[in-house]
Write a protein that binds this ligand. Structure first.
Ligand code: UDP
Length: 426
C-alpha cells in the first residue's frame, strides 16, 4: 500500500473555479468547498489537483496554492464566461483535455472527486476510460431545484439523467447533510452509496474578534443592532424576504437598526439586476438611511462583518448546505435561517438561532425581534453556535473524514456497472 504522500487526487469543478474571487453570481459555496477541501487534503499529505474550466484568456493555466495543491484550468469551449446551463456540450472536450494533461504530466488519478452534475459527467467518463474511482458531491440537486422554478431549462432532462446515473454508479456520494441525503433517496434513486460528510469552515479565521471591536472598525455605533446578509445576489437567496422582514421589525419598534447586505454583483448581469431590484425595494420601503450594500466582502472583511452582526440572516428559498450559516456561527453570531435543506442541520432552533418558513416575512420579522430584544439570550445563542461549529464543521475535520473515505474506497475492489449507460452529449 502506498503511503498517503504519494497519492494523487483530482477534485473536479468544471464551473466553480476554486482559484477565483468568491461572492459573485457564479462563484459561491462550491468554489469555497473545493478550495478548502483541496488545501486541507494537501496538508494531510495528498497531492491535490483541482480541475476547472478556463473562463477567460487572461486567466493563468495553473495556479499553485501550496506545495501539494494547485488549480489547473482546462480549455473546453471558448475561453470566456459561459452560464452553467450551457456548458454540457463542452464536457467531451474537458474530458479529452484532462486525459491529455494526465498523459503529458505522467500523473494518473486513481480517484476523482467531482462537484456538481457537470463534473459528475466528466468523472463518469474518466471512470469508463481509465477505471478510476469516483466520489461525488452534488452541491445542488436538479430534482429539488426544478420544483421551485417557473421555467425549466432545456438542459433539465440531461441533468436529471446524469444525477441519477452518478448516484447509482459512483463509489460514494457525499451528502453534506441528512436532509440532502433524504432528497437523493426520495427524488433521485434508492440505489447507490451515500455517506454524510458536511461542509466546513475555518474555525481559526472566524470568532477571533469581539462584537464591539468589530462594530467600531466598521464605524457602527455600539448600540445599533446589526442585521447581516452575506451571499450572492440571486432571487433564490430570498434577500427580498429579509428586507421586508427588517422593515416590519423597524415598524414594530426596533428603532436603531442597520441592515448590511454583502455580496458582489456585476452591473447588467443577473446578479447586478437582482441587486438593483433589492435596492428598489429598500428605497420603496424608505430603508435607505439604515441599509448598506458594501459589495463583495473579501476574506479580510468577512470575519469583521460576521462579528459585528447581532444576527446573520440566511433567507434562501432552498439551500443544500449553506456555508454562510456556519461562518456566522463560527463567529459567535446567531443565525435566523429558512427552515429548509442543510440549514435544518446546521442551525439548531432555540439553541444556535431560529428557523422560519422560507418567504414568510412575518415569521422572519418575529424571529429577528425575539433575538434582538434579549441580548443575554443572543449571547447564549452565539456561544452555542460557535461550539456547534467547532464540534462538527471545521474544514480540517471535514477533510479528515474525506481522506478516510478516499483511503477506504481505494482499498475496495472496483465494481463496474453492469451495463454501459453513456449519456448522450450531443
Ligand atoms: N462570500 C464571500 N463574499 C461575499 C459573499 C459571499 O466570500 O461577498 C462567500 C461566503 O463567505 C460563503 C460563500 O461565498 O463562503 C457562499 O456559500 P453558500 O454555501 O452560503 O452559498 P452558495 O453561493 O453556494 O449558494
Amino acid at each position: 500500500m502506498n503511503s498517503v504522500s504519494q497519492k494523487h487526487i483530482a477534485l473536479i469543478s468544471v464551473h466553480g473555479d476554486p482559484a477565483v474571487e468568491i461572492g459573485k453570481e457564479e462563484a459561491g459555496g462550491q468554489n469555497v468547498y473545493v478550495r478548502q477541501v483541496g488545501e486541507a487534503l494537501a496538508k494531510l499529505g495528498w497531492q491535490v489537483d483541482m480541475f476547472t474550466r478556463k473562463a477567460s484568456a487572461s486567466q493563468q493555466k495553473i495556479v499553485q496554492h501550496s506545495t501539494n495543491c494547485r488549480t489547473i484550468r482546462i480549455t473546453a469551449g471558448p475561453e470566456e464566461f459561459i452560464p452553467r446551463d450551457n456548458l454540457f456540450k463542452h464536457i467531451p472536450e474537458f474530458v479529452e483535455q484532462m486525459l491529455k494533461f494526465q498523459q503529458e504530466s505522467g500523473i494518473e488519478y486513481e480517484i476523482v472527486h467531482t462537484n456538481y452534475w457537470l463534473s459528475a459527467a466528466v468523472g463518469m467518463e474518466l471512470k469508463k476510460i481509465q477505471g478510476c474511482k469516483q466520489v461525488h458531491t452534488y452541491h445542488s440537486l436538479g430534482a429539488v431545484k426544478y420544483k421551485s422554478v417557473s421555467t425549466i431549462p432545456m438542459i433539465a432532462k440531461t441533468r436529471l439523467a446524469v444525477e441519477k446515473e452518478v448516484l447509482e454508479t459512483a463509489q460514494r456520494i457525499v451528502a453534506t447533510s441528512p436532509q440532502e441525503q433524504e432528497h437523493m433517496r426520495s427524488l433521485v434513486s434508492t440505489k447507490g452509496n451515500i455517506d454524510i460528510i458536511p461542509c466546513g469552515t475555518d474555525i481559526h479565521r472566524f470568532g477571533k474578534i469581539q462584537q464591539q471591536q468589530a462594530k467600531q472598525q466598521l464605524g457602527i455605533n455600539p448600540d445599533t443592532k446589526v442585521i447581516l446578509y452575506v451571499g450572492r445576489f440571486d432571487v433564490r437567496k430570498g434577500i427580498e424576504t429579509l428586507v421586508r422582514a427588517v422593515a416590519q421589525s423597524k415598524l414594530r419598534g426596533n428603532a436603531d437598526l442597520k441592515l448590511i447586505i454583502g455580496g458582489g454583483s456585476r452591473p447588467g448581469q443577473s446578479d447586478g439586476k437582482e441587486r438593483e431590484r433589492i435596492e428598489g425595494i429598500v428605497n420603496e420601503l424608505g430603508m435607505q438611511d439604515f441599509t448598506v450594500f458594501p459589495g463583495r466582502l473579501g476574506d479580510d472583511d468577512l470575519p469583521t462583518y460576521y462579528a459585528a452582526a447581532d444576527i446573520c440572516v440566511v433567507p434562501s428559498h432552498y439551500e443544500p448546505f449553506g456555508l454562510v450559516a456556519i461562518e456566522a456561527m463560527a463567529s459567535g453570531t446567531p443565525v435566523v435561517a429558512s427552515d429548509v435543506g442543510g440549514l435544518q442541520y446546521t442551525v439548531v432552533p432555540e439553541e444556535t438561532g431560529l428557523l422560519a418558513p422560507p418567504k414568510d416575512v412575518n415569521a422572519f420579522a418575529t424571529a429577528i425581534d425575539r433575538i434582538l430584544s434579549n441580548s443575554e439570550w443572543r449571547a447564549q445563542l452565539g456561544y452555542a453556535a460557535r461550539k456547534r461549529v467547532e464540534d462538527m464543521f471545521s474544514w480540517d475535520g471535514v477533510a479528515a473524514q474525506l481522506s478516510k473515505l478516499y483511503n477506504q474506497i481505494l482499498e475496495e475492489p472496483l465494481v463496474l456497472p453492469a451495463k454501459d449507460e453513456a449519456i448522450a452529449t450531443a
